[in-house]
Design a protein around this ligand. Sequence first.
Ligand code: QAP
Ligand code: CO
Length: 168
Amino acid sequence: MAVLDILEFPDPRLRTRAEPVSEVSDATRALIDDLFETMYAARGIGLAATQVDVHQRVLVIDLSEDHSEPQVFINPEVTVLEPELGEYDEGCLSVPGFYETVQRPRRVRVTALDRDGETFTRELDGLLAICLQHEIDHLDGKLFVDYISPLKRQRIRKKLEKEHRRRA
Ligand code: QAP
Ligand code: CO
């Protein structure tokens, strides 16, 4: 198991569209373990493989305080159950230190593979529905800052670029 480096906005690799997993293998399960270890180390609630520069359709979520509810979604497909939008102040481990309000459908159905390669379907609402949609966006090369005003996005980009120069 390993804590991996998390790519940060505006890294162009975050714009990569991830490929479906053709077979859930031991290598896939090793990636999942690394995603959880990386997410927990960074104190996140969700992490997509894209964020660690692995372009496969795998994401992990744990909304619990004590790391007791790990959830894995491989090749997730979402359908909106109710078009009604909800607002949430979203953050992202790839956009550290910034939070902005984003609107997304409140209720979705997801079909995905679990870590044994078994298909499951669940209906989700609340923070889990929001977080899942945020993470699937990563697999499609999208970030929550794409939903905010260009001016705000530019400000965040400038501040993070400055921070990255400082670190280098
Ligand atoms: C995505 O985000 C999410 O800026 C997961 O300094 C977040 O885990 C979906 C984090 C909110 C829906 C609502 C962000 C940690 C964690 C930061 C995260 C930071 C430290 C973000
Ligand atoms: Co994110």
